[in-house]
Design a protein around this ligand. Structure first.
Ligand SMILES: Nc1nc2c(c(=O)[nH]1)N[C@H]1C(S)=C(S)[C@@H](COP(=O)(O)OP(=O)(O)OC[C@H]3O[C@@H](n4cnc5c(N)ncnc54)[C@H](O)[C@@H]3O)O[C@H]1N2
Ligand code: MOO
Length: 412
């Protein structure tokens, strides 16, 4: 058998094929999870001016050098209003967020004051210069880059964009992904009651998590349903979607059996560039291109990714190969998930030749526990676990060993 490609080489190969698909402007309500394609630069400073962090009194610190000083209130400044020059020997009533008037250099919170019967305010604390003043520009300086090109937008990033007055942002166009499941054994949930399932059949689970993952990653999914184990129908279905999709994504039918039709169906109308990755689970992952006209490159190509059928293999190859690819298509550069080092609190003695991704989760006391059944059909492990241990080939793990762990939050 030909040597298997390493996961790192496979990832480099697919990322090298991923070019930005295009740019569109989305309003902030629809920007979550999208990838920014231009630096976002602030045309104002935030906060726009010095303002009060407290409800209280804006003062000249020099006027209050000891507790017990009482001063008259010369003006009142609610948020949204602007005060005037603070006259020496007076204070301004001020509220949180209101601009500090010129001449004031500290704010005392109202809990540290007493309002006297004659209307003056007595100060029971001595202000420090600058106390309770939020400085103009302390969050964002004028003309600074608040979000860099290639950032994947989060709710926090969207809030930051709004704080500098952006209503819409330029993001990478959504990849159009045609999704197929293959296999005569597959049944769509809802079409047969679980207790009436015919022998030899299973519910299609891959379709559902793949679709959810694609949607989370900003893709538009064209759901091609289930392909029968039939070569001609597989060829025709792939040809149809290749006309206007950026990626054809399939699960199952990429292994070595004669009922595995997806790979030959791609080779008949395109090319296969990668197959067989030295990873476990996920070995039969395939990458290639489908010619839009079915004959040659002249009318353009759609990318093809074939995921193994075993649900955990499908899930993990998606997270490690499809996810970075579809994010790169949208303009994200730094697509590598951040791994952390964690202490194993279990024993794993199997010496696997392939780089292995084990489902594990944090324990309450700072270590990692391993899911008992690491079979590639055991989808329970992906819900029980909160991430993957990235274990190098031929590496047994003992309790106390440090392992490389990729949290699922880094992968979705
Ligand atoms: N002789 C060999 N056999 C197998 C090899 C091998 O190297 N030599 N590799 C094994 C590995 S590793 C994997 S992974 C699987 C992948 O095979 P396929 O991608 O061709 O997938 P299928 O054989 O069609 O299905 C595998 C397994 O997954 C179930 N499945 C498929 N689709 C779904 C779905 N949408 N939802 C839920 N479950 C699904 C299917 O029923 C099978 O049980 O090949 C090994 N064999
Ligand atoms: O690669 Mo298979 O995914 O080991 O089960």
């Amino acid at each position: 058998m030909a040597a298997m490609t390493t996961l790192d080489d496979a990832l480099s190969h697919v990322l090298a094929q991923a070019q930005l698909l295009g740019v569109e402007n989305v309003d902030l309500f629809n920007a979550d999870g999208r990838v920014l394609v231009q630096d976002c630069i602030s045309a104002l400073q935030v906060p726009p001016q010095d303002n009060s962090a407290m409800d209280g009194y804006a003062v000249r610190a020099a006027d209050i050098t000891a507790t017990g000083v009482a001063l008259p209130v010369s003006q009142r400044i609610p948020a949204g209003h602007v005060g005037t020059q603070l006259q020496p020997g007076t204070v301004a009533r001020i509220f949180t967020g209101a601009p500090v008037p010129p001449g004031a250099d500290a704010v005392l919170m109202q809990e540290d004051t007493t309002v006297l019967e004659d209307g003056r305010v007595q100060f029971n604390a001595v202000p420090k210069l600058g106390q309770n003043i939020r400085r103009a520009g302390e969050d964002i300086a004028l003309h600074s880059t608040v979000l860099a090109q290639g950032t994947r937008l989060t709710p926090a990033a969207i809030g930051l964009a709004a704080s500098i007055g952006m209503a819409a942002l330029p993001v990478g166009r959504k990849p159009r992904v045609a999704l197929f499941s293959t296999g005569d054994e597959l049944v769509i949930p809802g079409t047969v009651a679980p207790q009436d399932m015919p022998p030899g059949h299973i519910f299609n689970s891959n379709r559902y998590f793949l679709r959810a993952l694609l949607q989370r990653l900003g893709c538009e999914v064209v759901d091609g349903g289930i392909l029968p184990d039939n070569r001609a129908q597989t060829v025709a279905a792939i040809h149809r979607v290749a006309q206007d999709c950026d990626l054809v994504l399939s699960s199952a039918g990429v292994s070595v059996g004669e009922e595995d039709h997806v790979k030959p169906a791609v080779e008949q109308q395109g090319e296969l560039n990668l197959w067989m990755i030295s990873m476990k689970p996920g070995k039969p992952f395939a990458y290639g291109k489908v010619w839009r006209n079915g004959k040659d490159m002249s009318a353009g190509v759609a990318h093809f990714m074939g995921l193994p059928g075993n649900p955990v293999s499908s899930f993990i190859t998606f997270l490690l190969l499809v996810r970075p690819f579809v994010l790169r298509l949208q303009g994200m550069q730094d697509v590598a998930p951040k791994a952390i080092e964690v202490t194993a609190q279990f024993e794993w003695l199997k010496k696997e030749k392939r780089r292995e991704f084990l489902r594990a989760r944090h324990t309450g006391n700072g270590g990692l526990a391993l899911f008992g059944n690491q079979g590639s059909g055991v989808l329970t492990s992906t819900v029980w676990g909160d991430g993957l241990i990235d274990n190098p080939p031929l590496t047994p793990i003992q309790p106390g060993d440090t392992v490389r762990f990729i949290p699922f939050t880094e992968l979705m």
